[in-house]
Design a protein around this ligand. Structure first.
Ligand code: PLP
Length: 413
């Protein structure tokens, strides 16, 4: 679904395109769990697949989640979306509904901690996972086996800001008939559309950039329409019907929502939908602020290293410039004196000491002691996460205020 209008124009008018109820300009919050039918044949038709597009039971979606899904499909220029209760539910939905015992997955080593944890679960279920340095396509190519079905990367890894070789991996997957799945949580479709580099599925934690206000959990899987599902062996016979571009999402919706039940609530779908309306404004503001903060930190004598793709010192800076509209709001850095890291964070007065990302408020966290604690020292070393690494999720405060706060906290570091 492509449009010639601007990104935000489409987003703010998306609900209207879905049909206005009583003149309401927002899609209403539909709380009904049951949907009734005048005729029993229609109810039977829903179960037997002859009546399409009807709501039946809210575990499989509501008019409110459907309106958000249409908005996300438009934002990623895809062919369909399934929403979930959280980003992790969306990621599990992809892995658990599309992979089977004996299959193999190639994944970037630089991924969010809980995604990394799920790779262990996949191993327990008999699904092989090879973790590679995905910044160069050669490493991905070398890990592919005859059992490989899927390649999984994050566009901009959390917390190390590594950028996978998106173009190279997209090409490789196309040549080998593999499904390329990209977690686009951090950048959002305003800054980058993974479909432009060949991703077949895009996953999101909607909790972050797209909702943007730290007030709702959500996740989504968007199909870009680029992958040929008719050649994918794991689609059940029952879902091999109609438009082949919908086969993957149909299986994800039936297995991931109907059977596993990780459904997004209508209330959260509404909050995310409203948050999405200001996505472009927030991404422009936070990207500009984060670049200024990154430059300030890079020049500071107490700082050893800054990880931000907007800086020319970043190893994939040129890749970011080529593919991304701007470098986003995620920034990590290391203090020269790693032992001073916790006291430095305690001295910050504006940044909230909290896990989570993509809020209107700036959030700060020591990475090794928290989100990567359970992973253990060996995995942290492999992922390049030092004991002194600090992650910043830059919010909407005035940039000068954020820099003043960092300055006073660094004075004694
Ligand atoms: N993917 C990425 C890149 C994330 O950073 C996160 C959470 O931080 C998730 C997925 C999981 O999302 P959620 O917290 O909505 O389950």
């Amino acid at each position: 679904m492509t449009s010639h209008r601007g990104f935000t124009t489409d987003v703010v008018h998306s609900d209207k395109a879905f049909g206005s109820e009583d003149g309401s300009v927002h899609k209403a919050i539909h709380t009904s769990t049951q949907y009734g039918f005048d005729k029993v044949e229609d109810l039977i038709g829903v179960f037997q697949g002859t009546k399409k597009g009807a709501y039946v039971y809210s575990r499989q979606g509501t008019p409110t989640t459907a309106a958000l899904e249409a908005k996300l499909t438009q934002m990623e220029a895809g062919v369909g979306t399934v929403s979930f209760a959280s980003g992790m539910a969306a990621i599990c939905g992809v892995f658990l509904t599309l992979l089977r015992a004996g299959d193999h997955l190639v994944a970037s080593r630089a991924v969010f901690g809980n995604t990394n944890s799920i790779f262990g679960t996949l191993g327990d279920l008999g699904i092989g996972v090879s973790r590679v340095d995905a910044s160069e396509v050669e490493h991905v190519a070398a890990a592919i086996t005859p059992a490989t079905r899927m390649v999984f990367v994050e566009t901009l890894s959390n917390p190390g800001t590594q950028i996978a070789d998106l173009e190279g991996i997209g090409r490789l997957c196309r040549e080998r008939g593999l499904l390329f799945v990209v977690d686009n949580t951090i950048l959002s479709p305003y800054l980058f559309r993974p479909g432009s580099t060949g991703a077949g599925l895009v996953v999101h934690s909607l909790t972050k950039s797209i909702c943007g206000h730290g007030n709702a959990l959500g996740g989504a899987v968007v199909d870009t329409g680029l992958f040929d599902w008719s050649a994918y062996p794991n689609i059940s016979e029952v879902y091999r019907k109609g438009d082949t571009r919908q086969w993957g999402l149909t299986q994800i919706r039936k297995k991931g929502l109907r059977d596993m039940g990780g459904t997004l609530s209508a209330q959260h779908a509404h909050a995310i939908s409203v948050g999405a309306e200001t996505l472009a404004l927030r991404m422009r503001q936070t990207s500009a602020a984060t670049l200024e903060i990154a430059r300030y930190l890079e020049a500071h004598p107490a700082i050893a290293k800054v990880y931000y793709p907007g800086l020319s010192s970043h190893p994939q800076h040129e890749r970011a410039q080529k593919h991304f509209l701007a470098a986003g709001w995620l920034l990590s850095f290391e203090l020269k004196n790693a032992d001073a890291c916790l006291a430095f964070i305690d001295r910050l007065q504006l940044a909230v000491k909290a896990t989570g990302l993509g809020d209107t408020r700036t959030l700060v966290i020591p990475v090794a002691h928290t989100i990567f604690w359970e992973a253990g020292a060996a995995v942290r070393a492999q992922m390049g996460i030092s004991d002194g690494m600090v992650r910043l999720s830059v919010g909407l405060e005035e940039t000068a205020d954020l820099i003043a706060d960092l300055r006073q906290a660094l004075e004694r570091a």
